[in-house]
Design a protein around this ligand. Structure first.
Ligand SMILES: Nc1ncnc2c1ncn2[C@@H]1O[C@H](COP(=O)(O)OP(=O)(O)O)[C@@H](O)[C@H]1O
Ligand SMILES: [Mg+2]
Length: 291
């Protein structure tokens, strides 16, 4: 008997019987969501604002079934939508580090925005980062937990934390597309470089991964010198990965977040609403199957 077979026999003796799949069959939907991770190494560049308002725009204006996953332990998605999230759902940390074989679908909750579901605030998500590091295959936990979930949605938007830790890594491995917000500051630009390096590394685990684009956010219309300097730098470094749509500074955006309502529910005619609606249009076009 070859060594290989011996090992297999020994393995069966230890684990008992042939390797089996213990997870029960789940009902599957008919969709196959595009998973968009919104990620940036730096905080305060508009990740959450972009996640929330892109998700809301896709649900409101494009009739898409959208799930917004709050992967940031700070729970800012829930702050930003506090008036629109319906009570319910469960803890994403149970999905990521629990033993019950939960899917993300098991913890989602609907919002008052039709077709938009979210994962609710989870106070335990902060400890998940460390718990994940001891798991074998830790990079694949979220991707696996979206396997059935994604058959019920057209788009899944993941709001990642502002670092390149295990949670963000899970977001990137689960993603088909990465949307990278960047505000006009040199630190943010250098953060884009770190993230792009990380995405190159992740491509070995997730050959599907693609960059949807670098999104200029919080663009101050009055500070044209800085804007053009940063825009030129981004164009040199990232070429046409820099999106043609940009998000201007607009106080309604911050006010909407404070009020706990997406920008379209708060100030539908504002510049911020127009900008995010244009971004959603761009994304729908960019992701449309070319035939
Ligand atoms: N276009 C914008 N105009 C004005 N304020 C903005 C804009 N985008 C984001 N903000 C504000 O900037 C802060 C950081 O944005 P946020 O989306 O939470 O960043 P991140 O998730 O990257 O940390 C928030 O207070 C938000 O309201
Ligand atoms: Mg955030």
């Amino acid at each position: 008997m070859s060594m290989r077979n011996l090992l297999k026999t020994g393995f069966r003796r230890i684990v008992g019987g042939a390797p089996s799949s213990p997870t029960p069959q789940r009902a599957r939907g008919t969709k196959n969501a595009t998973v968009i991770a919104v990620a940036a190494q730096k905080g305060g560049v508009g990740k959450t604002t972009t996640s929330v308002n892109v998700a809301a725009a896709l649900a409101r204006f494009h009739g898409q079934r959208v799930l917004l996953v709050d992967l940031d332990p700070q729970g800012h998605v829930n702050t930003a939508l506090s008036e629109q999230i319906r009570v319910g759902g469960g803890a994403l940390s149970d999905v990521l580090v629990g033993d019950e074989g939960l899917e993300v679908l098991d913890v989602v909750t609907p919002t008052h925005v039709e077709n938009l579901d979210v994962t609710p605030f989870d106070a335990q998500l902060g400890t998940t980062e460390n718990l994940l590091s001891t798991r074998i295959g830790k990079e694949f936990v979220l991707r696996d937990a979206l396997e059935v979930t994604r058959t019920f949605y057209d788009v899944i938007v993941i709001d990642c934390p502002p670092n390149l830790g295990n949670l963000t890594l899970n977001g990137l491995v689960a993603a088909d597309q990465v949307l990278i917000p960047c505000d006009p500051s040199p630190l943010a630009v250098s953060g884009v470089h770190s993230l792009v390096d990380a995405i190159r590394g992740v491509a070995r685990l997730n050959p599907n991964i693609d960059v949807l684009g670098v999104l200029m956010t919080r663009v101050d219309g009055r500070n044209t010198t800085l804007n053009s300097a940063i825009t030129a730098e981004l164009a040199t470094d990232f070429g046409d990965a820099v999106l043609p749509v940009t998000i201007g500074i607009n106080s309604q955006i911050a006010k909407a977040q404070h009020a706990g309502v997406d920008i379209f529910g708060y100030a539908a005619a504002s510049r911020g609403a127009q900008n995010y609606r244009a971004l959603a249009e761009h994304i729908v076009t960019a992701l449309a199957p070319t035939s």
